[in-house]
Every structure is written in structure tokens, then in C-alpha cells.
Design a protein around this ligand. Structure first.
Ligand code: ATP
Length: 330
């Protein structure tokens, strides 16, 4: 059961302040994922759908290893590669430099990059723009470059987050052909899109995310049909009803907690596992106390050392730390 909790600090300094507070009550938090439990097999292509803010990108970034989950075990068999508009591309570098950089980062040698360079350039089909800084690219051009690099790195799991919604029809078809080839090779595809047409075209299965929960997971036709019913029901609501509905679900995302996760897991017969520690401001009072005590002890030992005094003499008379150091007296 994967969860993702974000801290909603207004300023970075609030995060530091939170470290010195022994109560965690006032720290605003938000559960973007409230326990996602899913098994996807090699060769499957899974579409991720849901209204804005339902958790699709959060889930795909966790799958790609870009951000860590707050709790839950994620078992990934193989290399992942994510294509999101502009993700991982460096704006100051040219398209060509970005290709080399991203390929080297995935472990290829310079010689190996040279071997696939022409193919990537030809797939991206950016003409002279390949030598321009990526910051001058349109979103469609960034998507072309991202897609070309990702597919040539030959991942086992390809995650495509809205990257095909900005390209033109010709490029879209070229990507679909490549995705079909990937599927035939037994690779797994996660495809995030607001275009149900694209989802129906590419995916056999669909995961419908709804305010951090899995609303439905199953065959594309079935899930898309239920999703369409929901969208048309939602559209018919008055502006106030829509707002109330959204507020109610958002509220559930702020009041969610480990206890509720445990209850949910129990219902599903699952054991919740907390992997990573809580965000720093959310550590328990005792942990914060131990951490602060250790920092103060280190600073104290540092000061004793700098002053050239023995620990016992400082313990007997701490004010000698304020005197000139023993070294400077010499
Ligand atoms: N870094 C962050 N800090 C705080 N909240 C975040 C952060 N990233 C995402 N969120 C919140 O988590 C929720 C899920 O966001 P996410 O981007 O995963 O949704 P999405 O389904 O991909 O939305 P969209 O369709 O608009 O792209 C949203 O309410 C968003 O505001």
C-alpha cells in the first residue's frame, strides 16, 4: 500500500522552525496517495486516469524513482524510464548535449552514446533545433526529445506522463508505433493522460485515481465507461455542489493518517509498512530532543577542542570557554 504525504509549509523557514517544535499538530500536511495497492505484470500497458490533482503524476514519479513514497513497498523488476514534458532536461544545454547527458546518466559509455546518437536525433526530428538550448523549445519539442531519449535507452518499464498530449499527430503516431513495439517485446507501459481516446488506443488496463485513492482498476473499456459516467454526473452538479464535493475529498486528504491507513490495510488483509522516516518536522518529540541534544553536544565538544581545554576543566568551570583559547595564549 503506497502512500505519499506532502508537507504544506508556506516558506522554507517554516520547515526549519518545525524542527524546534515538539508538537506536530500545526504542521499542515496533505496525502496525495492514501494507499495504492496494485500489481502490474510485464507486457501490460496501464493507463492512469483521474481528474486534476488525483495523484497520477505523484504515482508515476514514485514508480520512476524520482520521489520516494512515504510508506509501502514498491517492487520494481527492471529499469524504468519516465517521459514527462521536459522532465530531466536541462534548459541551458542544447538538445544534443541533453541526449548525451541523459544517456551517460543511465550508464552508457560515450562510445555507446555515439552508436545510438543518430537514431535519437532522427526520431526526435527537431532539425536545426537540436543544436539550440532546450529552454528555447516548445513543450511539443521537449516532449519529442524526451520521448526519443527514453525509448532509445531501452527501459523495461516506460512511464509516459502527459508527454504525448503536446505533440502533433505525426509524432503521436510514431510514438504509438514505438509503444506497440515495446509491448510486443514484453515491456510494461504506464500511460498518464487526460485523453481517453489515447488511453483506449494504447492501454489494455486502466487505473482510475480519485483524490489519492484507487477508485477502480481493470479492463480499459470497463473503467473508461465508469469514469465517463462519473464525469458526466460531476458536470451536471451546480458550482456549489462541485465545490462542496471537492472540499470534502480534499479534507479527507488532509485528515488521513497512519491509523486510517492501517484500517484500510486491515480491510484488504494487508500489512502496512512504513519505509521511510517521517518528514523532518514530523519526527516525534523524543526524536527531535535526541537530535537537538546530539547537535548541542557536538557543538560543545567542538568549542572545547577549539579552545584547547580539557573536558573535565570545562565541566568544572564552563566560563573558561568564554576566555581566550589556550593556543592563542602561547
Ligand atoms: N510537491 C508537492 N507538495 C505539496 N503538494 C503536492 C506536491 N506535488 C503534488 N501535490 C499535490 O498532490 C496532489 C496530486 O498531485 P498530482 O500532480 O499527482 O496530480 P495529477 O493527478 O497528476 O494532476 P493533473 O491531472 O493536474 O496533472 C495534488 O493535490 C497536488 O496539489
Amino acid at each position: 500500500m503506497i502512500t505519499k504525504e506532502y508537507d504544506l509549509y508556506k516558506k522554507k523557514s517554516d520547515k526549519v522552525k518545525a524542527l524546534f517544535k515538539f508538537s506536530n499538530k500545526d504542521i499542515p500536511n496533505f496525502w496525495a496517495l492514501k494507499g495504492v495497492d496494485l500489481t502490474v505484470y510485464a507486457g501490460e500497458s496501464v493507463g492512469l486516469i483521474g481528474i486534476n490533482g488525483s495523484g497520477k503524476s505523484t504515482l508515476s514519479n514514485i514508480l520512476a524513482g524520482i520521489i520516494p513514497q512515504t510508506s509501502g513497498v514498491l517492487e520494481i523488476n527492471g529499469e524504468t524510464s519516465i517521459i514527462a514534458i521536459g522532465a530531466g532536461l536541462k534548459g541551458q544545454l542544447t538538445g544534443l548535449e541533453n541526449i548525451r547527458l541523459k544517456c551517460l546518466m543511465t550508464g552508457l559509455t560515450n562510445d555507446e552514446v555515439d552508436e545510438i546518437l543518430d537514431d535519437i536525433i532522427s526520431f526526435a526530428d527537431l532539425g536545426a533545433f537540436i543544436n539550440q538550448p532546450v529552454k528555447n523549445y516548445s513543450s511539443g519539442m521537449k516532449s519529442r526529445l524526451g520521448f526519443a531519449i527514453a525509448v532509445h535507452n531501452n527501459p523495461d518499464i516506460l512511464i509516459i506522463d502527459e508527454a504525448l498530449s503536446v505533440g502533433d499527430e505525426t509524432f503521436y503516431q510514431k510514438c504509438v508505433d514505438r509503444i506497440e513495439q515495446f509491448k510486443a517485446e514484453g515491456k510494461t507501459i504506464f500511460f498518464v493522460s487526460h485523453s481517453l481516446k489515447q488511453i483506449e488506443n494504447i492501454c489494455e488496463k486502466v487505473l482510475w485515481m480519485h483524490y489519492g485513492d484507487v477508485k477502480m482498476y481493470g479492463d480499459t473499456a470497463e473503467v473508461v465507461s465508469e469514469y465517463k459516467k462519473f464525469i458526466s454526473w460531476f458536470k451536471k452538479l451546480s458550482a456549489k455542489e462541485k465545490k462542496d464535493y471537492q472540499n470534502e475529498y480534499k479534507e479527507r486528504q488532509t485528515t488521513f493518517n497512519v491509523q486510517k491507513l492501517a484500517e484500510k490495510s486491515e480491510k484488504l488483509g494487508k500489512e502496512p509498512e512504513v519505509l521511510s522516516g517521517p518528514p523532518i518536522g514530523k519526527m516525534s518529540g523524543l526524536t527531535k530532543f535526541i537530535l537537538l541534544f546530539s547537535i548541542l553536544a557536538l557543538l560543545f565538544m567542538g568549542a572545547v577542542n577549539i579552545k584547547g581545554r580539557s573536558l573535565t576543566s570545562v565541566m568544572k568551570n564552563p566560563t573558561i570557554l568564554l576566555e581566550k583559547s589556550v593556543h592563542s595564549k602561547k
